[in-house]
Design a protein around this ligand. Structure first.
Ligand code: NI
Length: 239
């Protein structure tokens, strides 16, 4: 779907070279980033697990693991994978998970004109609505790459953008022990943990992640539960 180089940029949040920096602002410098209100989750320490780039071959097994441990997560799905995975989307919804938008084709939205940005978002919203009856309100931009045009489209669509605070780099180290360690060793309340359910090793890490975080006293919640009410067009991150 993307080159090795692009994938590395994605996970390390490295900006792609941009001849006109005014058109692209990376997440670290966005003025409209909004910290998560840590009073969410009814005052209990809580963390959100998020899974990007699916659904895929390992998503069903992941849903089994989450169900077994009575744990909720949020899936940032790619629109082009939704129609052929309708039962998985329906299962996510019926088992209480969050479903959100990760664009149609994993495009770098910050490089696209407004009409193509809108198409990437709206096609995916429509596919999710077709599968589950509900249109998502959250987008995670591929590569975390956004700009004012993307935010403006999101504002128009009544959607917010969700980043992450813990990057497990599960794409680089396909080792469940390492992934679990990265996800849990610096746990803090309101963290958003980034994982990818397209890697079997990431799914293998999930029992360890859930058990470790639970032992540390955290409740695992969806992004919807973590954030409560959100403002369209704003970006949310944590810790
Ligand atoms: Ni992605």
């Amino acid at each position: 779907m993307y080159s090795r180089c692009d994938l590395a940029r994605h996970l390390f949040k490295v900006p792609t070279p941009n001849p006109n920096p005014k058109n692209t602002s990376m997440i670290k410098t966005e003025k409209i980033e909004k910290p998560i209100n840590t009073a969410s989750c009814s005052g209990k320490p809580c963390i959100a697990l998020t899974f990007d780039d699916g659904p895929g071959a390992h998503t069903s097994r992941l849903l089994d693991i989450l169900k077994q441990r009575n744990t909720k997560a949020t899936f940032f799905v790619l629109g082009n994978k939704v129609a052929r995975n309708t039962p998985l989307l329906q299962r996510m919804k019926s088992e209480g998970h969050g479903i959100a938008n990760h664009s149609w084709s994993h495009a770098n939205l910050s490089k696209l004109p407004a009409n193509e940005i809108r198409s990437e978002i709206v096609r995916t919203n429509d596919a999710i609505k077709e599968a589950t009856g509900e249109s998502p309100i959250f987008l995670r931009e591929p590569y975390g790459a956004s700009n004012e045009t993307v935010q403006s489209e999101l504002r128009t669509l009544g959607m917010s953008s969700i980043l992450w605070s813990v990057d497990t780099r599960d794409w680089a180290d396909r080792d469940s022990t390492i992934v679990c360690h990265r996800a849990t060793s610096n746990a803090r309340s309101s963290a958003i943990i980034l994982l990818h359910d397209i890697h079997t090793s990431s799914v293998d890490a999930v029992p360890c992640i859930i058990d470790n975080l639970t032992k540390q006293g955290y409740t695992l919640v969806t992004i919807h539960e973590l954030l409560g009410k959100t403002n369209p067009g704003q970006k949310y991150y944590s810790g």
